[in-house]
Ligand binder design. Sequence first.
Ligand SMILES: [Zn+2]
Length: 229
Amino acid sequence: MLGIQGAEVQGVHRRGKYILLPLLGQGLEAQTLILHLGMSGGMSVQPRTQPTHPLVRHTFSLNDGRELRFEDGRKFGKIWLVSDPGEVLPPLSPEPLEGGLTPQLLAQSLEGRKAPIKALLLEQSIVAGMGNLYADESLFLAGINPTRSAAGLSGEEIDRLQQSIVNALTASIEKYENARDESWPDPPRALTGWSHPRTEGAPCPRCNGPFTGTRVRARGTYYCPSCQP
Ligand SMILES: [Zn+2]
């Protein structure tokens, strides 16, 4: 990519769904390469001799014989090169796994909001990094119906929800890391292991009753009407 030849990657950071690589190079201004994986993208560093996956759209050569590869089968991914990441990043809540998304802050963000809780969990300014399946998992763990109005949740339910968000994300990362390590160098593109089923009528792992499928703001949503009243 023009303008970054010779630049050194200073680190690899994540903010919400964005991956940030700050770059520095002699005679170059400080810049940040920002990547968003979209729905099914992937990023990996692999030896140049490793065959390139057919869905790789961009490669960046590293000086140690390896390549940074950006894979993007559905072409929803994006790459930016900016001097100020603020030009790209939308408003984001504190990171749920770094302790900043407290139950108090979550309660504040949801206060007076009448929209379904599921829809609000997907707003990145409320829960940075939250995706559709993770939201369903968090609500299942918390025993909260995804279609309920956020304004109607009790303080105790919001506490439970905050803890469930942390638990769902932590468990998912662990599962993904195991799957990645087992199948390296061809890691899975997405995580598929959830404690809630994603099939209408499938038995609930808690009560064995049938799961319900619906749409909340056009996003596929699955829940147990008994465990998530
Ligand atoms: Zn159930």
